[in-house]
Each structure stands twice: as C-alpha cells, then as structure tokens.
Ligand binder design. Structure first.
Ligand SMILES: Nc1nc2c(ncn2[C@@H]2O[C@H](COP(=O)(O)OP(=O)(O)OP(=O)(O)O)[C@@H](O)[C@H]2O)c(=O)[nH]1
Length: 430
C-alpha cells in the first residue's frame, strides 16, 4: 500500500522538482539575456567611440569613405599608445576582447533611417526596415544626433565568457540540486510527522473498536488540521466515555430495579416471606427432585390461633405486626433450604426439603415454642399469640398440594385438639 508518508514525500518532491526546474529555466534565461545585453552594451560603447572618433576626424565623410576606411581607421586607432595615430583613449581590457572578431556587425543609418553602412541583406542607400530602426541606438557628436547604429547578428562569446557562463550554470544547477534535496528531506520529515500523528489516531480508534478501550487520549502535536482531528477525537472520546459510564450506571440501576421487581413479585408485601405463587412454582420442583432421588420431603401448614380475636380486640394494625413477627420467627427458626411462605391471611406453609416427618416435627415444635414464648407484651401487655401446625411427609400423596391437604387435616385436628400444638408431634412422627 502506498502510505500517506510516501504520497506526501512524492508530492513534495514532485512540487520541489517542478518549481526548481521552472525557476532554474527562468533564471538561466534571464542570465543569458542579461549577459547578451551586457555584451551588446560593451560592443556598442566601443563601436560608438570608434564611430564618433571617425566622424570627428573625417568631417566630410561619405558613405563610400565609411565603407572603405572605417575598418582601417578602427585598426589604426586601436594600435598601442605611443605609435603613430595611437589611442586617444585607453584600450579596452584585453581579457574582454572578443577573440579578434567583432561581437556584432552594426548597421549604421542616418537620422532618417537610410543605411550608410550596411550588410548583404541591407545594402547602403536602402531604407532600414522598422525593426532595425526600432533597435537602433543613437550616436551623437557634441550633443547632436549624427547617426543610428543597430546590432546585426549574435554575439561571439570568448573563452572567458564561456567559462563565466559555465560557472554561473554550475552554481545554478548546484542550487537547484540543493533545493530538490531539501524538498525531499522536508517531504520525508513532514510526511513522517503527519503520518505518525495519523497512525496514533488510527491505533486509538482500532483499540476503541476491538478492545472497547475507553477513555483514550491522543497527544495534540500541532494546531493544523491533523491537530484539530486529534482534538476532535479526544472530545468525541470524552463524550463516548461519559455516555458509556452513564449507560453502565443506567444498566446497573435497571438490573437492580429488575432484581427488586423480581423480588417484590415473589414476596408477600406485609411479611417479606415468599408468596403463594412463588411457593407453588418451587415446591413442585422440590417435590419432583425428592421423588427422583428418593429423598424425604415434609410440609407444614400453620394457622395462628384465634387471630380474628386479636384483630378484633387489639386492632388490625397490631394484627399486622403479629404477622410480621411470626414471619421473622419462622425465618429465624428454619434452614436456608426450607421454603417458608405466607400461604393465606394468617396461614403459613413451610416445605422442608431432605427432611423426614420427625425432623420437620422437631423443627415445628421449636417454632411453636418460640412463638408462644415471644415477647408479645412488647406490642400489647395483654397480647398472647400461638400457632397450630399440621404436618405431612407422604410423598405418595401425589403432589405438594396433596401433601398440604394431608397436613391440613392434621392442622384441623390440632385446632380441635385445643390449638397451640404440632400434629403429629415429634414423638409420634418418628
Ligand atoms: N391484621 C390482619 N388480619 C388478617 C390478615 N389476613 C387475614 N386476617 C384476618 O385473620 C382472621 C382469620 O380468622 P379465622 O379464619 O376466623 O380464624 P381464627 O380467628 O384465627 O380462628 P382459628 O383459626 O380457628 O384459630 C380474619 O379475621 C382475617 O380478617 C392480614 O393481613 N392482617
């Protein structure tokens, strides 16, 4: 895969290369143009000086004189000082001398544009074309325009000119190479930096997706778009973390509420004991288990004695309090495995898994005694509460309901036998 780092490096390299090439080409073109102009200026200065000297020394010059004598005049004029007809001005720097060849031929015109010193294409006497006149430069004597000179042809470069241009080109190409190298270096550095930030971000997002890692914080290394992206990621992550926390709290609350609702649905509101519906659901299972594994199972149904009287004499509220305390006594006096429930108004049923009739009878006898001995006077000085209980451990009754019906018969007998008793009593249950 072409990574972002490579793409950025390639883009910067390409841009650097393209701009360096364009700038280099422009710089080279300008160098050559300016160099040529300098050569032309230098050549024109020499030519004008020669021409002015000729005109001054030949006031009656004619076109034919100019064509015949001028070259000899110039050669003669440039002889070293001291000789006959030598320089009246210092010679030009020999190092810039154009290898004996004039850099340009100059077409010379009078001020009206008529050619007085021409070339093969532009003979003497002809009218100079517009472009030749446009590029013409003035030759003045004592402030008076006497002639116009226009360059014809390209400059001839000396060895020294070539060396100078080569050195300039070398410097230019070196500069271009350095610029390309720098753009490659910067491209690499910037690409690495940008891709590192993006890689950190990508890793953080992947971690969030796969490991559900919250909260995550990525460093913000710059104020540019990537820095803004990192900042946006951190903000989003903070919001997600907050939402996640709230969701978890909400889920925990919902679970607690659901647990509470479930608990409420299986418990009796007044006493907190299991209600009859829950008892019926579970007792059936315990009965089936006892049958399957050949284990004993006993059931007790208990009924408060003369409870109507308690309500009537002491009030319904005291009756409720009695029911609550009875429930607490039943819970305290039984094992965790025993299923204690409020079966009806003042009726209670307890299922004793893995218990024989005798074991259940002993437990119930203790419960009966505990109820009888409870400090009922704390509720009302004249209050006394007892409970009658009937038991059954006959699995052959066919169901829990059948066993309860058996136990109910015992309860009936207990009530008619004087109340406040367990039937069968432990001694007989053995
Ligand atoms: N305070 C109160 N009383 C209730 C509640 N449920 C049922 N009772 C009362 O319990 C009484 C039951 O009375 P009965 O069925 O006549 O029996 P009893 O008075 O206990 O007489 P025996 O069972 O023969 O000992 C009724 O007066 C009901 O109103 C309750 O939740 N709170």
């Amino acid at each position: 895969m072409l990574t972002l780092q490579k793409k950025l490096t390639a883009a910067l390299l390409f841009t650097g290369l393209a701009s360096t090439l364009v700038l280099g080409a422009i710089a080279h073109w300008m160098l050559m143009r300016d160099f040529r102009e300098t050569l032309m200026d230098e050549a024109f200065d020499n030519f004008r000086a020669d021409m002015v000297a000729y005109v001054e020394s030949h006031p009656q010059w004619t076109e034919s004189d100019l064509g015949r004598d001028f070259s000899d005049f110039v050669r003669h004029r440039r002889r070293p000082m001291g000789g006959p007809g030598g320089f009246r001005r210092p010679p030009p720097d020999v190092s810039f001398k154009r290898a004996g060849t004039p850099p340009f031929r100059f077409i010379v015109m009078d001020p009206d544009g008529r050619i007085v010193k021409g070339s093969e294409a532009l003979p003497v006497g002809a009218q100079a074309p517009a472009d030749t006149r446009a590029s013409a430069r003035p030759i003045e004597v004592d402030g008076r325009l006497v002639l116009l000179a226009s360059p014809d042809g390209e400059p001839v470069l000396t060895r020294r000119d070539q060396d100078y241009l080569d050195a300039m080109r070398k410097a230019l190409f070196t500069g271009m190479g350095v610029a390309v190298g720098l753009s490659l270096l910067f491209g690499l550095m910037m690409g690495r930096r940008m891709s590192r930030s993006l890689q950190t971000l990508t890793r953080a997002i992947r971690d969030m997706q796969t490991n559900r890692e919250l909260p995550r914080h990525v460093p913000v290394r710059s104020g540019d778009e990537i820095g803004e992206l990192a900042r946006a990621f951190n903000d989003m992550n903070a919001e997600l973390t907050q939402a996640h926390r709230e969701l978890r709290e909400y889920a925990e609350l919902a679970a607690r509420q659901s647990e509470r609702l479930k608990e409420l649905s299986i418990r009796d509101a007044l006493t907190g004991l299991y209600n009859r519906r829950h008892f019926d659901e579970h007792a059936g299972n315990l009965y089936q288990q006892a049958l399957r594994y050949g284990q004993p199972l006993a059931v007790m149904i208990g009924d408060l004695d003369c409870f109507k009287q308690i309500n009537d004499v002491f009030s319904h509220a005291i009756g409720d309090e009695v029911l609550r305390r009875i429930a607490a006594l039943l819970r305290e006096g039984t094992r965790k495995a025993d299923l204690v429930s409020r079966y009806g108004g003042e009726e209670f049923v307890i299922l004793f898994p893995s218990s024989t009739l005798e074991q259940a009878a002993q437990c119930c006898e203790k419960l009966r005694q505990a109820i009888e001995a409870a400090p009922w006077h704390e509720i009302h000085p004249d209050l006394q509460v007892t409970m009658s209980m009937g038991l059954s451990a006959r699995l052959e009754s066919g169901s829990v309901d059948g066993m309860i019906a058996d136990a109910d018969e015992q309860l009936y007998r207990a009530k008619h036998g004087g109340r406040n008793r367990v039937l069968p009593p432990p001694a007989q249950a053995a």
